[in-house]
Each structure stands twice: as C-alpha cells, then as structure tokens.
Design a protein around this ligand. Sequence first.
Ligand code: PRX
Length: 665
Amino acid sequence: MSDDKSSETPQTGLENLMREERRFEPPAELAQNANVTAEVYDEASADRLAFWAKQAERLHWTEPHQEVLDWSNPPFAKWFVGGKLNAAYNCVDRHVEAGNGDRVALHWVGEPADDTRSLTYAELQDEVCRASNALTELGVAAGDRVAIYMPMIPETVVAMLACARLGAPHTVVFGGFSADALASRVVDCGAKVIITADGGYRRGAASALKPAVDEACEKAGDIVEKVLVVRRTEQDVEWTEGRDVWWHEAVGNQSTSHDAQGFDAEHPLYVMYTSGTTGKPKGILHTTGGYLVGTSYTHWSVFDLKPETDVYWCTADVGWVTGHSYMVYGPLSNGATQVMYEGTPDTPHKGRWWEIIQQYGVTIFYTAPTAIRTFMKQGEEIPNEFDMSSLRLLGSVGESINPEAYVWYHRVIGGDRCPIVDTWWQTETGQIMVSPLPGVTAGKPGSAMKALPGISAAVVNDEAQAVGNGSGGYLVLTEPWPAMLRTIWGDDERFKDTYWSRFPGKYFAGDGAKLDDDGDIWLLGRVDDVMNVSGHRLSTTEIESALVSHPKVAEAAVVGATDDTTGQAVCAFVILRESALKDGEEAPDSLIEELRKHVQKEIGAIAKPRQIMVVQELPKTRSGKIMRRLLRDVAEHREVGDVTTLADSSVMSLIEKGMSSSSED
Ligand code: PRX
C-alpha cells in the first residue's frame, strides 16, 4: 500500500495564498514590553549551545549539567548531560517555594454549566504529592510506564505530574481513541497501570471511558496490573476486584508531602503515540531536561507570558502533544495561570469559548485553524456578544492558517489589536520551532515566518540543497534542539529511517515548505501519507489497515481530501470481497455505514471516513503501487492528472464515473 512518492513534491495553491499577503506589524506597546527583543536571534546564532544553556537556567536543577549537548552519536542526542532535575518540582513546588502558592494554576471549567474548580499552585502541589504517594503504593516506580486515558479534568494534569515526579513515563492516550487503539499503545510501551475516569462530559452528555479500558486490558493480556479510576460522571462502571482502584480512595487519604527526586536530564518523561506513514503508530519518546527547557522557553517567549498578570488558555486536548507542551509542561514550568475546559466549543451554546474568555479575563489564547473556520461559518455575531477585550495575543497551531481565517481571527476575536503567532511544530519536535515572536516579528497571514532563536531550519530540494528565496521544497531541521524526540519507543531503526535517512544528517519533518521573497517560511502540508484532519495527524495506511481488517473488504486506499472546515477529510476507496455482494448488486448504504463504524471502532471517531466509495479496481502503477494522487483528484472533484504511469489507464474513468454517483457523509 505504498505510494508513488515522486508525485508528492510540494506544490499547491501557495501562489494564491501569497498573493493575498498582508503584514501585521507588532503593536508598538508590545514591542517595548515583550519578553524578548530582536537581538535574541543574533545572540542564539552566535553561540547556539550557550543560548540553550542560558535557557536551562530558567529551571531548577538538583545537579548542574556538564555538557550542553552530546551529539557524538547522531541522531541520538543527549542534552544537558549529567544534569538532574524533577519535572513536577519545576512545574509546581518551585512556584510555591518562591511565594506564589496562592496563584491560580488552573481555572478548570467543566462542560455542565457552573461546574468549575480553581486550583492554586499550593493546592496543585498537594494533589500531585498525594497522587505520587498513591501511585507508589500501587507499585509504580521510576522507569515504569503509566497510561493515562482521561477526560479534560484537573486530575489528568495531576496524574501526568505525579508520573513525572516519580520518573514513571506516562503515555496519554486521547480519550476519543478506541479500546483497540488504547490496547495497542499499552502493549507497545508495556504500561503496568492505566489511569482513567468513569467518563467525562462532551456535547451535553456523559460519555464513558471505563468500558474501553476494560476491553483494552483484556486485549493487553496480563500487562496491566492496576487501573486507577476517577469518579467524574457518577455513571455505573464494571469493576474488576484486585485490579481496579478508585482515585478518591487511593489518592484522597494520602499525605501531601512527597520528596521529589532529581532524575537524569535524559530520563524518559513521556511517550506520545502519533500516526506515521505505516499502519503502526509511533511512540515518540521525550526526555526530561531538554524537553522542559525547550517547552518552558518557547512558551515564555512565543506567548510573551507574564505569569503575574496573564491568563493563558490553550484549547487543545491533553491527549495531544499541544496539551502536553503548551497546557502542562510549558505553562506550568513558567508559573502561568491558565484555563482548562472539559467540553466542546458549542455546548451548551455556540459562544461557550468566548463566554469563558470573558469570564476569566483570558489574555493569551491558543487554538487551531479548524476551530476558527468553524466559528467563521457560524458568523461573527456570536463572538461579538462577548467582551473579549482582555485578549492581547492569539496563537494558532495544527496546520497552516489560511489567510481568510487569520484575518477573521485577528479582527473578530483579537479586536484588531492582538498579534497572532502561527506556530509550526510536531509531536516529534516537542516544542514550537517556527513562529513569529510577538513584539519582534511581523505576522503574515498564512506564514509561520521564521525559525525561533536557537533553532536551525531550512527548506531543501530533492538533492538536500537549501533553496533560495521564492522557492519551495522540504522543511528540514539542520541542528539538534533541546525538546527533540530521542527515539521511537523500542525502535531505534525506525527512528533513523523515518526522520534522518531522507536527507542524511538532517531531520526530515515530512512537510513541504516554501520561502517567500523575504525568506519567510510558508508551510505547504505533508508530503507523505499522513493526513491532517482538524489539526490531528492521521495515517492513510492506518485507516487502510482498519478497513481491510473488515471481513468484507479486500483492498482499500485512503486519501485526505481538502475540506473547508477540517482542513482535510478522510476519503476511502474500497474493493469488496467477492462474497460481500451478490452479482451486480450495488453496495447498500448500510454496508458503507458499517465500514465507517468499523474504522471508528478500530481507531476512533476522528478517523471515520467522510466518504467511502466502493470501486472495482484501484489505480496502480505497473509495479503495483497505488497512485493516491489520482484518487485525491477524484475526491477533490478535480480533473484527474497524468495517468500514463498506470498499469491500466481505464481504471480512473470507472472510478470517476462511480464517484459522481456516490454520496458523502
Ligand atoms: O504538517 C504539520 C502540521 O501538523 C504536523 C504535526 O502534527 P502533530 O505531530 O500532530 O502536532 C500537531 C501540533 C503541534 C506538522 O508536520 N502543522 C502543525 N502546526 C502547523 C502545521 N502546519 C502548518 N502550520 C502550522 N502552524
């Protein structure tokens, strides 16, 4: 099911995008008061390692490092060699000890109205210590892996920090993923404990989480020893005696003191699974010191965070990397006050997010273009009902923000006064890599602008040569950076092959990019078999594997087709097994629905195809590779491109004919 990569060279409508170019200069007041000034770029390029060593001083270390970077065995980096620190201590205790225990760390807002809770740093410290003591009692020790499958509630943050405090790497699995997806992650990293909840509130109703955990435990065999369950929704749950433990019973009565031990800078902090170009998600490993330095510095500089006065809100779910770096580790290491919201933006009404901004006086707001496009469609009357004058800075992440959405975000949400930071990064990079710096860099709608200080990025052609201004190619990172992934959990070879083999010595991000005439970077989307649906990464191959695991499917090809709201949408082309239909019979809608549900069960609702089309043949090259490029043309209702390399060029006209008569979800 591999693709013809040569056809995937970055192109797309960038010219159109750039024609609409406008510049938003930094507001004068911000330029005067921003945390960083323009000189920081020169300082970092004069001595990159000294620059990062200076940023490391932002944290508390129990042992100082002896060497900033050990790059003697690339691509296996070691940052802050010999240094020791405790991530949870840095995110919590240190702020209490500095006299800021009364500062609110989390303003938590549940989805049901009036279900709110604010935790100060001192309260967070108590909770994290209690949870650390409870986990220790359950047998969790440094090095043990703990899976976290939770809704967006304060206990999720507490659980992550408790794991970090014990040196037990966590793997947070997005609550929208299926039992199968949870099981495969639990098995891959060998998690002996799962922390979960009975459920959470989404779209006005309680949804369940525990049944998926029970199913995953069954699938994972005897790996999981304990399941710690938070009571959130009061719904009934099945209980396995000896394995299941209530959070309030195990954690509630523990002591609030716990000694945080320093761990080696390279001690694993967490594993986050992300989709790659093959069927099996990759466990991206982040370690403690470099990751915390990278996220802490970038959160402070890119969001110009003033911890005493700002109220920061990142709308990402904690199950994704954005929730890790810019809801947990970055903001908390900086002592920020932030909002955490459990539910969906339109519950109980379409202005819920704006109401929260008004209520808590949010000053910095970080979200994804797909959300902004949804709000645009609903009309500006809804946000206009709320007072959002507290906002001073806006952020965007997950995909390129199209100029129209950028301008709307700037005008309607930002009241024409808030700069926008379009932040490019990945699960693998751990920290923001390409972004404007507020107060320093101008913003251009659609461009993530330039590599941050201390980061070396380039756009290269197929021969790995840097392209000039005005040209396109592939985005690469040419020097190691502190929060970089260290490997793929349990698979060093795959780590080397995936990221470091395409352009030897350089990290290949998998994104196409172009430099404009000023040398600013414009991201053009993935150049591999990875789709971006609502800012979430999905692998075409993973969904194809899910489809062919259905007994009625013989073969499947999946493409990401452009979608006005979600950026891309999953479109599948399937060949059914002969036994699935009677001769001459058309695939009934019920079968299509069955296949969509099957994908949901295998992976999760986000992977459910928008459209499934039953075909007789798939377009393949003579060597048998599926030409997804042609399928994408069909799915996007475009004239089909060059078909001369197809083994049978008549296949495409059959598919096109069928497409015009198929229905979309
Ligand atoms: O294609 C890029 C896109 O999202 C990918 C990374 O996805 P993930 O690891 O899930 O992390 C998402 C949140 C950091 C990238 O390879 N992407 C992310 N941010 C941007 C972006 N594309 C363009 N502009 C961005 N600001």
